[in-house]
Design a protein around this ligand. Sequence first.
Ligand SMILES: Cc1cc2nc3c(=O)[nH]c(=O)nc-3n(C[C@H](O)[C@H](O)[C@H](O)COP(=O)(O)OP(=O)(O)OC[C@H]3O[C@@H](n4cnc5c(N)ncnc54)[C@H](O)[C@@H]3O)c2cc1C
Length: 417
Amino acid sequence: MESFDVIVCGGGAAGIGAAVGAAQSGARVALLERYGFLGGAATNSQVLSYCGFYQCDARGDRAIGGVGYQVLLELAKLGEEIQPRRSELTGNRIILLDPEKLKYTLDQLVLSHRVELFLHTTVVDVKKQGDHLEAIDLVGLFQQRSLSGRAFVDATGNGQLARFTGLPCSLNLQEQTLQSMSLPIRLGGLAKDLTIDREAIKMAVELYNRRAVYQIPRQDGGVFMRVPNSNDWLWMIVDLGLDDVQEELVTKAEWMGRKIAHDCVEVLRAEVGGFENCHIVNTGPQIGIREAWRPEAQYTLKREDLASGRKFDSGIARAAWPMEDHSKPGKPSYHPIGGAGYGLIPLESLSTKIPNLWLAGRTIGADAAAYGSIRVMGTSFATGQAAGVAAALFAQQDEPPQSHQVIEDLKAQDALV
Ligand SMILES: Cc1cc2nc3c(=O)[nH]c(=O)nc-3n(C[C@H](O)[C@H](O)[C@H](O)COP(=O)(O)OP(=O)(O)OC[C@H]3O[C@@H](n4cnc5c(N)ncnc54)[C@H](O)[C@@H]3O)c2cc1C
């Protein structure tokens, strides 16, 4: 069986942070991703804006360095705008993404760090030796196999690796529902100089709701963002609740989301000036799932920690995005980060009862409110990088590293802690 120092499962922001972070700490790294491209929700669910890179207070300082910032600098070399924009709706700072340039950039970045990349590869089971994780079982496009590792990072977003290990996993059900799912719709056939008439869109959504079986809770007309390097717009209007993690529920949400998108775009075409020729360019490949299994970490980051901008001594990454609540489909609400505009995420929110397994990205330990902040992609790069560094140190010394060792390595890798 082929063997690695660090095996990272999941190729989203967290997995890329983890893989490059571990490689920069000297580890031989395998990065596994079930789709044929990297990027996670950005590229598989059209979440085309990075949040969390910059504080959302008046200062607007950058909160993320290291691997996440390397990604931005590589995008800038391709001519992309990486300066944050302030959202007209929320005042929050975001960076817009071109999905194809992002996929290309991420490939090149991980390969340049000699990370061994396995695309079209799904983790389906694990092997344990005592309380340690020893190997993982994979299904690829053409074969099944196992890889052994000294240390592992769960960056699957849904906590799948942790769940296979038997680590306790829970669902953060708020009022019987997880953070809602959304199906971003990419619209084409629009004029280059189109301006969004929000009142007309709002009226079109009202009209849709009067006729439709499946209602749209975003009555404000939703969020529109122009897709960089195109005349297309991304429309965030379809939200669907999720109250359990079952394939049947996600299947229903996929077809229902596409039906709503189709019918709603028909109303736009008929009712809103400038949208006469618009059509759906893309949804998917999958509906955006904000929240699923939450594996048990050694510390659960809390609302109060972020509301007060708490600085843990073992802090390994900055959480600067406001706590964003999507517990009810429809308009999200935002709750600010206190203190200096960011809170520190402690290493203990990434470590688990399994001594050689770390959590990264949206799988880390956080209560329902703190989760609304730490899950965004800028922050996921940072928690991923810390998990990768911790895993690489474990592979060298065969025992969990102290937080000061992880922090030193992260600083040497230009991460902001
Ligand atoms: C609709 C929606 C809108 C959002 N809006 C924003 C936004 O504007 N900006 C922002 O920054 N964040 C946004 N978020 C949150 C953000 O996208 C996620 O929380 C973030 O992507 C988390 O990063 P991650 O790397 O932890 O997980 P993911 O991006 O989910 O990546 C996990 C990766 O693991 C892979 N994977 C899963 N299981 C396996 C397996 N068994 N084997 C192999 N690979 C596997 C997946 O294919 C995926 O590529 C939004 C999320 C949604 C759903």
